[in-house]
Design a protein around this ligand. Structure first.
Ligand SMILES: NC(=O)c1ccc[n+]([C@@H]2O[C@H](COP(=O)([O-])OP(=O)(O)OC[C@H]3O[C@@H](n4cnc5c(N)ncnc54)[C@H](OP(=O)(O)O)[C@@H]3O)[C@@H](O)[C@H]2O)c1
Length: 266
């Protein structure tokens, strides 16, 4: 087994649920100590107790990441406690949908706060210590929607595209700094975030565990970008070479899915 994560430290945001929780548990199983950030303390405590069951240390840091000062303070707590952050998984996020014709800019701002600015704040808080040590790996969890947007996800997609752009420049600016950057672009994942959404067979939800495993494999290989699952790559290639064909595929396969919230779909 690879020793990439053995006796290392990781900070994961959105660790109380879904992909973040799965990343936390798999990292602990591979010998990593894990600091956990989300708002729901009780859920973080449950994840922490499982991490301790694997014989690793866990730090529970209940934090609202839309509060920049609280975010900085949580990062400094990890640095003060463990002296370093080897892996930073910037994963917390929320899903916002609205057709553009009905878009309230306030909703867009809300999405930008959690899906973009909170990630920037987290990275800027952790980066100086990584640069000083010339070591560290930043992993940004974007979404396949940032490679090919699906209506009516504008508030979510716009913020995730901003995050992907930030990550792309971050990786280039950190060239030869000793700090690695990986951006993950998962397709549909079976987590509470999209529990209200049924999706077509071609974009079937994968488990959070499978998603986390693929992300960690990509991080071990120091990949710049991770697109998953494999069929998402096909849509991505269509988007690059023939965007209207990709538009057609989105419509034809109903990639927006069907909401079962009693509102009769999208
Ligand atoms: N599920 C998918 O299909 C999918 C696909 C591609 C990418 N993603 C991305 O993967 C990431 C994880 O999503 P998930 O699917 O695992 O969803 P999830 O199960 O709903 O988890 C979201 C996590 O973010 C945390 N969070 C939300 N707002 C927060 C805030 N203001 N401050 C601190 N923590 C906050 C939540 O914890 P609290 O509520 O306790 O704060 C939770 O731990 C997101 O960035 C999402 O965009 C998901």
């Amino acid at each position: 087994m690879s020793t990439t994560f053995l006796n290392k430290t990781a900070l994961i945001t959105g660790a109380s649920s879904g992909i973040g929780e799965a990343l936390a548990l798999q990292l602990a199983q591979r010998g990593c100590d894990v600091a956990l950030i989300a708002r729901t303390q009780a859920r973080l405590e449950q994840v922490a107790s499982q991490i301790k069951g694997f014989g690793r240390k866990a730090l529970v840091l209940p934090t609202d990441l839309t509060d920049a000062q609280a975010t900085r303070s949580a990062v400094h707590t990890v640095l003060d406690t463990w002296g370093r952050i080897d892996f930073l998984f910037s994963n917390a996020g929320q899903y916002y949908r609205s057709p553009i014709a009905k878009l309230a800019t306030e909703l867009l701002r809300q999405s930008m706060e959690i899906n973009f600015y909170s990630h920037v704040e987290l990275v800027l808080s952790a980066l100086p210590a990584m640069l000083a040590r010339r070591s560290g790996h930043i992993v940004l969890i974007s979404t396949m929607d940032a490679k090919k947007g699906i209506p009516p996800d504008t508030p979510y997609v716009a913020a995730k595209c901003a995050l992907s752009g930030f990550g792309d420049l971050l990786r280039q600016e950190l060239y030869r700094s000793g700090v690695e950057v990986t951006i993950a672009f998962p397709g549909r994942v079976d987590t509470p975030m999209i529990a209200h959404l049924s999706v077509p067979w071609i974009s079937a939800k994968i488990s959070a565990e499978r998603c986390a495993k693929a992300i960690l494999r990509g991080v071990e290989r120091r990949k710049a970008e991770i697109i998953l699952p494999p069929q998402a790559l096909l849509l991505y290639y269509f988007q690059v070479f023939a965007p209207r064909v990709a538009d057609f595929a989105v419509r034809f396969f109903h990639l927006e899915g069907w909401e079962h919230s009693g509102r009769g779909g999208l």
